[in-house]
Design a protein around this ligand. Structure first.
Ligand code: HEC
Ligand code: HEC
Length: 202
């Protein structure tokens, strides 16, 4: 009786462990196939034009993908090494909602690795002050907290951040009304300082 119980519980834990690892291996393969060539197989990108998306919350990734899918956010044209030109709108429109859920959960469980890139200490210091006053409320822990359900800014590629800051300043990206108000008042130098602050967190 006693032994039977142990054998049964052993069997149970072996099968659950097995089915769990199979499911996540599938999800890893799905991400590798659909996103890996640009964002890296674990969501940490090696190209300064492509953002790292590892460790973003699943809600944030699902939300951003649906913005690309609906056309609310326009993706830039991009050609991965050895691949053909496409953009996030086209990519998101070809992925089922079910796969989006799996992909988002897998990426959310990966670790965001801050990019090693040049730091400008003086500007970063100025940016830190601006961030605390104007941005920390929604991009908490200096822009590193995934549970805000927005993109992680701390340690992101500088070239990508610069490009998105430019789009936001030119009002080419739909962003929350309160962020728009604060962003409008920033000078170009303020924006550079903020970017340098995010980049300095490595
Ligand atoms: C062909 C290259 C390519 C592929 C494949 C690709 N992406 Fe992207 N992705 C980009 C580029 C380039 C950007 C930069 C921003 C833009 O164009 O709007 C981006 C932006 C994003 C963003 C916005 C990040 C932010 O900080 O706001 C998310 C999220 C994202 N991609 C998720 C994915 C997921 C999930 C997959 C796989 C289903 C995927 N991407 C596949 C190239 C790609
Ligand atoms: C009221 C809340 C709020 C405030 C304040 C705010 N943001 Fe945002 N921000 C957001 C949300 C939510 C998103 C995600 C929107 C989306 O995915 O389109 C975002 C997105 C961004 C992005 C795009 C990141 C990417 O990779 O796609 C940047 C850059 C950014 N914010 C910078 C700032 C800066 C700099 C400040 C301060 C001057 C600021 N935000 C203040 C809520 C806020």
């Amino acid at each position: 009786m006693y032994y039977k119980k142990i054998v049964l519980s052993l069997l149970f834990s072996v099968t659950t462990a097995f089915s769990f690892s199979v499911a996540s291996a599938d999800d890893a393969a799905l991400v590798k196939e659909k996103c890996g060539s640009c964002h890296g197989d674990d969501g940490n990108s090696k190209d300064e034009k492509v953002p790292s998306i590892a460790g973003f919350s699943a809600d944030a990734i699902e939300d951003i993908l649906s913005q690309y899918k609906s056309g609310d956010r326009k993706g830039d044209k991009y050609t991965p090494e050895g691949g053909k030109e496409t953009d996030m709108g086209e990519i998101a429109s070809k992925i089922s909602d079910d796969d989006i859920k799996k992909i988002s959960a897998f990426l959310a469980a990966q670790t965001f690795k801050p990019v090693k890139q040049p730091i400008d200490k003086a500007l970063a210091k100025k940016g830190a002050k601006l961030h605390k006053k104007k941005c920390e409320k929604c991009h908490s822990d200096n822009g590193s907290n995934a549970s805000d359900d927005a993109a992680i800014l701390a340690g992101q590629w500088e070239a990508y951040l610069q490009k998105e800051f430019d789009k936001i300043a030119a009002q080419e990206r739909d962003i929350p009304r309160k962020m728009k108000k604060r962003f409008k008042k920033l000078s170009e130098e303020d924006r550079t300082a903020l970017i340098k602050f995010y980049v300095s967190q490595q």
